[in-house]
Design a protein around this ligand. Structure first.
Ligand code: UD1
Length: 366
């Protein structure tokens, strides 16, 4: 039996929990060998190495060391660096995950080298082309050979774009495999207790989208909202480096601290999920946290005008919010003990997505 080498691309914080379950499933299979490639898009220990260690992926096989930069710079540098690795160590398969700049860069590079390329978390669409991630999603799905989708809405989006059905396999939500893989450690971490936050008496905030944090006026509005929300429910806010820089530049970090919010450095995976698991509600502009809160049945208010994950609204606990209505929405969620419905878990959000990915690769290898 020949062993198939699979390049797995990890780049930024939200990628690691999508890559890890597949890496472990491939490593356990006799007929595949995972090769982990870290582009270095995220590089701070608490945005990268600590999370990889939490997920049992301490040592990438290749580290491209790209770092920050403009979109063009980051994308171009990843294309050049991955092109060299892929040419010198040609894999049988390339798997890219999510929607960050490195996802698109490696997909284009791999496909042009004739490497069978798979996009994991394909088919999601917000229809907001002002978000860089939407461009990355559309372009990655257009070039990748095989599209692994998390949910039926993604299948429908791809069919509407004319993608032939034989290129698409619904595998489910791989991020939740990481949660199930690490559930015992997450439950043991007891982060809320260590912060003195007990009995679901707190909420968690995350914000990092350029549209929310790059404009000081918008960021100021959100800071005022957070101060008001904090009066309803004490808030813990692990601050993304982009957001920390913008808050500091505008002097808004002092306003948040004066309002009493608990500001933390970004947390590694296990500690962050421990914090979220114990929360009464979450306010965020993240993609993945919309899904994790749906899975956990925790009310989530998403400070964005659109979501590429509508299933978290239709079947889950997510609601889109604006600075104008977020305080009322939080009050309503707290009053109803949730958003008023029992949480539901979409099909294949079951911790077994990596198994289905390996099976699909095997089926397509024959
Ligand atoms: C990127 C992704 C976004 C994802 C987010 C999760 C793209 C287009 N964006 O956005 O989809 O939701 O990651 O975090 O790929 N920085 C550090 N240390 C780090 C990484 C970043 O200080 O380890 C700072 C730098 O100042 C950098 C800024 O954060 O310029 C933004 O980083 P970048 O990777 O460009 O985008 P994110 O905002 O993190």
């Amino acid at each position: 039996m020949s062993v198939q080498n699979v390049h797995l691309i990890a780049a930024a914080r939200p990628n690691f929990m999508k890559v890890a379950p597949l890496w472990h499933a491939l490593a356990a299979a006799a007929d595949f060998r995972p090769v982990l490639i870290h582009t270095g898009q995220h590089y701070d220990a608490n945005m990268s190495a600590d999370i990889l260690a939490d997920l049992g992926l301490s040592e990438p096989d290749f580290h491209l060391g790209i770092g920050s930069g403009s979109h063009a710079e980051q994308t171009g540098k990843v294309m050049i660096a991955y092109g060299e690795v892929a040419s010198a160590h040609r894999p049988d398969w390339l798997v890219v995950v999510g929607d960050v700049n490195s996802t698109l860069a490696c997909a284009i590079t791999g496909v042009k080298l004739g490497i069978p390329t798979v996009h994991l978390e394909a088919g999601l669409r917000s229809r907001d082309r002002s978000m860089p991630e939407e461009i990355n999603r559309i372009a990655t799905d257009a070039v990748a050979d095989i599209l692994w989708t998390p949910s039926p809405d993604a299948d429908t989006n791809l069919a509407a774009e004319g993608v032939p059905a034989d290129r698409v396999t619904r595998v489910g939500n791989i991020m939740l495999d990481s949660f199930e893989m690490k559930r015992p450690a997450i439950e043991a971490a007891a982060v809320p207790q260590s912060l003195g936050c007990n009995g679901r008496g707190y909420g968690v905030v995350t914000l990092h989208r350029p549209v929310n944090v790059d404009d000081p006026a918008q960021l100021g509005r959100l800071v005022d909202c957070l101060a008001e929300l904090h009066a309803e429910l004490p808030l813990v806010f692990p601050v993304h480096p982009r957001t920390a820089a913008r808050l500091e530049a505008a002097g808004l970090d002092r306003r948040l601290a004066a309002a009493g919010l608990r500001l933390l450095e970004p947390l590694p995976y296990i500690r962050f999920m421990s914090l979220v698991s114990g929360a009464r509600a979450v306010v965020t502009d993240s993609g993945g946290i919309q899904e994790e809160t749906t899975y956990l049945g925790i009310p989530c208010l998403t400070l964005r005008e659109s979501t590429e994950r509508p299933i978290t609204i239709q079947q889950g606990t997510n609601r889109l919010a604006t600075p104008d209505d977020v305080v009322d929405l939080l009050r309503a969620a707290l009053a109803s003990g949730g958003h008023g419905e029992a949480p539901a878990r979409p099909e294949y959000w079951d911790g077994r997505t990596a198994e289905r990915c390996v099976e699909d690769l095997r089926r397509r290898t024959r």
